[in-house]
Design a protein around this ligand. Structure first.
Ligand code: H79
Length: 432
């Protein structure tokens, strides 16, 4: 009897250990994330007073002592969380990620674990908290960017990425303890849906550190999504990697039906605000979003608000125009899957139910020729919100007749209604 009970306790204890060891973000939560397709990345902090790049301009364009003093004058009086969130919402974005802590170590929330935070600036207010609240009110999913390196923290061994003679021994155990405290603080206070890590490539950070922090996060809230930059492997998800999804930067990910991914791309060139930074055209913005969704990924599109806290009017306008396009064509983006056609310069595709959405980027001539889809019948073909389209099957191609002028100058959408569900159709690779 006694033996049996001890055995049972051991089995229970072991299975609990295994359950804890295998904590992972549930697939249903990941599916919710990938359905969103479009989010706003916001890079903000005291560095906006110089107009140089966040983190990387420290010890470059801005001397270290100067950079580290900028918070004494950080006072973005025009900051209005509701306005930022409304800008995201009007753009058709479904989530928002704020740089709560970038490589320069400055915290945009009043953390109790470090003095280098917004409550010590003249502005004082909790930027992260106000954004979390505004997102909740307006129905936008709130997420937090948190880099694992910190060139300002005395316990972190690297203080100047451009000069290794400045490296110190540091204390990574103390550093990780502070990181855990700060992560627990932001998770419990602000309830982020996802944590966007960065800065994994520096030597002091190890794969084991990443795994430890991942399990720590899961122990606080198993549902918090974590990007792949907590580990050391950045281009695939496997036993060696840490995190739930891939994060190509400043480039659109390739069609990938197996691994979730999100491209982060700036609306201008710099992550943080830069005066007169060159802005992408509306066509570029829309086609970037469409190509991303067509590759089965999300787009995290970055804006850098100016030092007084407002987002430039030209950027707000650009985002509104993206939102106007999405109002018409959002059905072909949100909650879709990528493919079956891999994107090329002329077209790409998304799919949902029995519909394939063909996105037409440019009209080369009067006929769009694309490979036939195997074992399907097209019941109906038409421009989304528009006229019917003639599709002729010739050998192994569909010949689609295009009008002299495409209905949408930025990206037109042709809907192919099939006689069956589109999700099982194998991917058709782009021609080399
Ligand atoms: O937060 C944004 C970037 O600051 C961060 N990730 C996005 C989301 C990032 N940090 N580092 N990197 C991306 C890659 C590093 C690029 C570099 Fe460089 C190339 C560092 C040194 C050479 C660019 C060029 C920055 C300094 C010089």
């Amino acid at each position: 009897m006694m033996k049996k009970r001890v055995g049972l306790i051991i089995v229970l204890a072991l299975s609990t250990c295994i359950a804890i060891a295998q904590q992972k973000t549930p697939k249903a939560v990941m599916d919710q994330f990938m359905d969103k397709r479009f989010g706003m990345f916001i890079h903000f902090g005291p560095v906006t007073q110089r107009g140089t790049e966040i983190g990387w301009s420290r010890n470059k364009e801005v001397a270290q002592a100067d950079y580290d003093s900028l918070y004494h004058e950080f006072n973005p009086t025009l900051f209005n969380a509701d306005t930022w969130v409304k800008t995201a919402k009007d753009a058709g974005m479904k989530y928002l990620v704020i740089t709560a802590k970038h490589h320069d170590g400055f915290c945009l929330w009043p953390t109790v674990f470090s003095d280098y935070n917004v409550s010590r600036s003249p502005f004082k207010r909790d930027i992260v908290g106000e954004l979390a609240q505004a997102c909740k009110t307006q129905g936008i999913t709130f997420c937090i960017y948190f880099t694992v390196l910190d060139w300002h923290d005395a316990d972190y061994p690297i203080h100047n990425p451009y000069d290794s003679t400045q490296n110190v021994k540091g204390d990574m155990t103390a550093f990780k303890t502070r990181m855990k405290n700060e992560l627990k603080e932001v998770i419990t206070k602000y309830k982020p849906f996802m944590l966007w890590f960065d800065g994994y490539w520096e030597k002091p950070w190890t794969k084991e550190d990443g795994k430890e922090i991942y399990q720590f996060i899961k122990s606080v809230d198993v549902n918090v999504i974590v990007n792949n930059r907590l580990g050391k492997v950045s281009d695939k998800l496997n036993d060696e990697s840490v995190g739930d999804y891939l994060t190509p930067e400043q480039t659109i990910g390739k069609l990938n039906m197996a691994e979730p991914w999100e491209s982060c791309i700036t609306i201008c060139n710099q992550w943080a605000w830069k005066p007169n930074d060159q802005m992408k055209s509306l066509k570029q913005c829309i086609q970037t979003l469409v190509t991303t969704a067509s590759g089965n990924g999300n787009l995290l599109f970055n804006v850098g608000p100016a030092m007084d806290g407002h987002i430039e009017a030209r950027q707000v306008k650009r985002l509104q125009d993206m939102g106007a396009w999405l109002k018409l064509y959002g059905e072909s983006i949100y909650s879709t899957h990528g493919g079956p056609y891999a994107p090329n310069e002329q077209y790409s595709a998304t799919r949902k139910g029995n519909k394939v959405y063909l996105h037409i980027f440019q009209r080369k001539d009067g006929t769009l020729i694309i490979p036939v889809l195997p074992n399907v019948k097209i019941n109906k073909a038409y421009f989304m919100n528009g006229a019917a389209v003639t599709v002729k099957t010739e050998k192994s191609n569909y010949n689609i007749a295009l009008p002299a002028v495409l209905p949408d100058e930025n990206c037109s959408v042709i809907v192919l209604e099939l006689n069956k569900n589109t999700i099982d159709i194998p991917v058709i690779p782009a021609k080399a």
